[in-house]
Design a protein around this ligand. Structure first.
Ligand code: NAP
Length: 239
């Protein structure tokens, strides 16, 4: 129960990495604010968090909408830990991605994450205490075919993580970037483009699990008070 008495907002908590992270933090006694669009999935995760030993609250909405982002930052402004995890991926050849798809990825993966870090970060600075975690990706370092816009969003998010850490140094805040390689989640479930499916099928390694990433988040947020894990990169062993 290393997080008893602390609270955490986890975005994208309805599935995959966010779900595993919310439950892992709750298991350590944290009080969770679980956010995402799917209310029923969030309610199920909140129940799992309670069973794991933490408190849980659901705030559902779409990070694509600035009004919801503002409302979420307001309602969850008190949290000790912000896990900026929600992410949206359209995998397709760069000449086929539409400007609307590009904007949607930028709004969810970058603009909303920045707005939450800014609003919640201001409250953390006032309290001189808090921890922001940014879930970026291996795509924050490399650009792969069919994931060009996604990689651009993750490069931007990684720059925010570095920038917030730089500017908030000395303010009592920790900022961690967790950059996973391929994780076994539903994120690629909607892909139908034949070239993309062929390229994914050609990958011979086994993805890591959402729990592997949750373990990295837990490592970061339970580090000793004077120790700040800045960057954790994890990848499938054979990738
Ligand atoms: N899977 C991988 O290989 C991998 C690798 C590296 C990094 N990541 C990153 O890890 C994070 C989590 O991804 P995942 O693999 O766990 O994917 P996932 O299973 O598809 O989960 C994505 C989460 O983000 C939420 N989300 C997406 N768009 C949203 C929006 N507009 N508003 C609010 N919530 C939204 C989804 O909630 P709702 O559907 O309920 O809205 C869901 O909870 C993402 O940032 C992703 O880029 C994933």
């Amino acid at each position: 129960m290393r997080l008893r008495g602390r609270s955490a907002l986890v975005t994208g908590a309805s599935a995959g990495i966010g779900r595993a992270t919310a439950i892992a933090l709750a298991r350590e006694g944290a009080s969770i604010v679980a956010s995402g669009r799917r209310e029923d999935a969030l309610a199920a995760v909140a129940e799992e968090c309670r069973q794991a030993g933490g408190e849980a609250q659901v705030i559902a909405g779409d990070l694509d909408h600035p009004a919801f982002v503002r409302a979420l930052a307001e309602q969850a402004g008190h949290v000790d830990i912000l896990v900026n995890n929600a992410g949206h991926l359209v995998y397709a050849p760069v000449l086929e991605i539409t400007p609307q798809q590009c904007e949607a990825m930028l709004r969810t993966n970058v603009v909303a994450a920045f707005a939450l870090a800014r609003e919640i970060g201001r409250r953390m600075v006032e309290r001189r205490s808090g921890h922001m975690v940014f879930i970026t990706s291996g795509a924050a370092r490399n650009v792969q075919t069919f994931g060009v816009v996604y990689a651009a969003t993750k490069h931007a998010l990684s720059a925010f993580a570095k920038g917030f850490r730089l500017e908030l140094k000395g303010a009592g805040i920790k900022v961690s970037e967790i950059a996973p390689g391929m994780v076994d989640t539903d994120m690629r479930k909607g892909i139908t483009h034949p070239e993309v499916l062929k390229s994914l099928a050609a990958r011979k390694f086994k993805p890591i699990s959402p729990q592997d990433v949750a373990d990295a988040v837990l490592f970061a947020v339970t580090a000793a008070e004077g120790c700040s894990p800045d960057l954790i990169e994890i990848r499938p062993k054979d990738a």
